[in-house]
Write a protein that binds this ligand. Structure first.
Ligand SMILES: [Ca+2]
Length: 212
């Protein structure tokens, strides 16, 4: 129903005070309601992650590590339990995780796996306590092909109390996200770009002379 340019709601559930309010007038209240609803959600979860996480160097969605063949990358896997809520005293977290990497681009001296493709290249199941764990890799042939070269997947996380009564609580759902990926790639060095420019300059002159 329209009255003085304002949309009125005649629905019986609306109170009298709501009558005559436009959507423009109501929208701040709706926004406030949405913000309160978001604030009422559980706090951010804990995380298991690796560093270096890389940064975005190209157009795809995977973060990148700019490196060179022969370089060493040490991936450190760590656990951040902030945001995890435990109902009782617990001594430690136990994390079951998997690592996978592209064996054509990264090498850690292990010869497991013979199938090409990231997921089947090599998998290492590990369990560690709360401290960080390092994995060292030699960079072989870093290619910017838009596919992950190193991936961490969280399979299961439990909180343990070692003293009696022994307790083992599954807290996997309190950790997010359950995987992390990064790509290794090699950008041309500024020196080689300059050399490329110097080499291209006489060629450009030759093309111009031929056109003239
Ligand atoms: Ca990328």
């Amino acid at each position: 129903m329209q009255s003085n340019g304002k949309t009125r709601c005649d629905c019986p559930t609306c109170s009298r005070s709501d009558q005559g309010q436009t959507w423009r007038q109501k929208s701040p209240l709706i926004l406030l309601f949405c913000l309160l609803a978001l604030a009422a959600k559980p706090a951010a979860a804990g995380s298991v992650f690796f560093t270096p996480a890389g940064s975005q160097l190209d157009g795809d969605s995977i973060l990148d590590i700019d490196t060179l063949p022969g370089s060493t990358i040490v991936f450190t896997i760590a656990l951040d339990p902030s945001g995890v809520s435990l109902s009782g005293p617990f001594d430690r977290f136990v994390v079951d995780y998997s690592l996978a990497w592209d064996k054509g681009e990264l090498d850690n001296g292990d010869s497991h796996g013979s199938i090409s493709g990231l997921a089947s290249d090599f998998k290492l199941d590990g369990t560690f306590l709360q401290g960080p764990v390092d994995y060292s890799f030699t960079v072989l042939n870093p290619v910017n092909d838009g596919s992950p070269d190193f991936k961490l997947t969280i399979d299961h996380i439990s909180a343990h109390q070692d003293a009696s009564p022994f307790t083992n609580l599954d807290v996997t759902n309190q950790f997010s996200p359950n995987s992390q990926i990064v790509e290794v790639q090699s950008s041309p060095e500024p020196g080689s770009l300059a050399l490329l420019g110097i080499a291209a300059f006489p060629l450009l002159g030759l093309i111009r002379r031929r056109r003239a």
